[in-house]
Design a protein around this ligand. Structure first.
Ligand SMILES: [Zn+2]
Length: 111
């Protein structure tokens, strides 16, 4: 007798709509191709998601990207540009110097 089978794992597919749900509108794309001499390319760029439908999987975007540095097609790692979140909602810099004139509560500063 076989043991009871667990439920099959749920496959998560990241889509354009999923990225947009975080308020992110661009992808960071990193080339995984090779340059002359088999050196890694590491060229990076951004992909604007404007005009793309929400159901588009990120994997299908990666397959169609062409590196403008080495010419590799589909050898791209595309990820949400999470830095958009910090630009949209900048948090106060807790390490910044106090604005108080007496500096009584001024903590250590990183210089
Ligand atoms: Zn490249």
């Amino acid at each position: 007798m076989f043991p009871a089978m667990a439920a099959p794992p749920v496959l998560f597919i990241a889509t354009v709509g999923y990225v947009r749900s975080f308020g992110i509108r661009t992808l960071c794309a990193y080339c995984l191709g090779k340059r002359e001499g088999a050196w890694p390319c590491h060229h990076a760029g951004q992909v604007d998601l404007t005009g793309m439908i929400d159901e588009t999987p990120l994997a299908s975007i990666e397959r169609r990207l062409v590196c403008t540095a080495c010419g590799a097609i589909g050898a791209v790692d595309a990820r949400p540009d999470w830095s958009e979140l910090s630009r949209a909602d900048p948090r106060p810099n807790w390490m910044a110097a106090s604005k108080r004139s007496d500096n009584a509560n001024k903590g250590p500063a990183l210089d």
